[in-house]
Design a protein around this ligand. Structure first.
Ligand code: HEM
Length: 307
């Protein structure tokens, strides 16, 4: 029932219900709020002098942004942040977190009674072939949208980790902030936080000499594709000036990441602020997420101080 797991032609119709929230202009309209959220978050952690970058910076920011888009009142962000963290850390689907799902049911009921200008209301008011979505579909797509942000937090933190491991690239970016857009693409390639994408074959096809039959399942292992030595020069080098950089970190085709513009924009705002105002260094070993679905640091301890 979720966008990510729906086939065409229904997929496009479902995607159209929420797509306008994720276009480049829609994401640009969030710039000011994202800037404020980034500044506040960084000021708080810099006062403490140290933090877990994954939990306290990238996780909080990703949650704040999707919470804002979904119309979750700010006083509830902390609880949503805690519940999503609990589910992510236990590697279970958000749908298995009872408090989170109860919260979404209440939110959905409120928006049915009184629609507002947010993503939950868009789902509640959305129709496909003149039929409204069922409550279950609304609920599962809320869960899908919040769950998808795990990639955002992992790739942002993975990017920070890459800069800590390759400080020459951080310094290069500091000296030439014009490299930031390219650096974001390299972070996406390098971190490849979505580990795989799966499709079922619809017609018989031969690929690299391998016969595929209708109904076969094919998995694209994105981190492997993004280190393909026949495509990328020195793929195991983190190079913010890499060009061309035709990575597949955000998928491709019908299901290409709906949150692409949002993910890039969050990185642009956060890394600009960090580069301009803060000094960062590692504060202990990072821990990796153990999962076949996502990749990145589960914990990234850093020391942070104003420059
Ligand atoms: C850098 C961070 C991100 C990465 C690496 C990433 C990666 C991906 C990938 C690889 C897919 C395609 C899956 C497939 O082909 O089966 C995808 C789909 C999707 N992403 Fe992202 N994503 C990121 C951030 C986000 C964010 C912030 C959101 C916001 C809610 C989001 C929402 C979605 C949704 C809803 C889909 C399903 C689209 C569809 O099936 O039509 N993603 N993402």
């Amino acid at each position: 029932m979720t966008l990510a797991l729906t086939d065409p032609p229904r997929h496009k119709q479902l995607r159209n219900i929420v797509a306008q929230w994720f276009t480049a202009p829609a994401v640009r309209s969030l710039d000011r709020d994202m800037h404020n959220a980034v500044r506040n978050t960084l000021m708080k952690v810099a006062e403490l002098g140290e933090c877990d970058f994954l939990h306290d910076v990238s996780g909080r920011l990703s949650m704040y942004v999707i919470g804002y888009m979904m119309g979750i009142p700010e006083q509830d962000h902390e609880a949503i942040f805690r519940w999503t963290n609990e589910a992510f850390e236990a590697h279970v689907s958000l749908a298995q977190h009872p408090e989170l799902m109860t919260y979404f049911i209440d939110l959905m009921d409120q928006r049915i009674a009184e629609p507002a200008d947010d993503l939950v209301s868009a789902l509640v008011g959305g129709t496909i072939d003149d039929e409204p979505l069922t409550e279950e579909e609304v609920l599962l797509n809320c869960e899908n949208l919040v769950g998808a942000t795990e990639n955002g937090r992992l790739s942002i933190a993975g990017g920070m980790q890459a800069f800590l491991e390759y400080p020459d690239q951080w310094q290069r970016l500091q000296e030439d902030p014009g490299l930031l857009s390219g650096a974001i693409e390299e972070i996406l390639r390098w971190t490849s936080s979505a580990a795989h994408s799966m499709r079922s074959v619809t017609t018989p096809h031969v690929m690299h000499g391998q016969q595929l039959e209708a109904g076969d399942w094919v998995a694209v292992w994105i981190p492997s594709a993004n280190r393909d030595e026949s495509v990328f020069h020195e793929p195991d080098r983190f190079d913010i000036g890499r060009t061309p950089n035709r990575h597949l970190a955000l998928g491709n085709g019908e299901h290409v990441c709906l949150g692409s513009a949002l993910a890039r924009s969050q990185m642009r705002i956060l890394f600009s602020e960090l580069l301009a105002r803060y000094h960062i260094e590692p504060n202990g070993p990072a821990r990796k997420v153990r999962s076949i679905a996502v990749r990145g640091p589960e914990a990234l301890p850093i020391r942070i101080s104003p420059r």
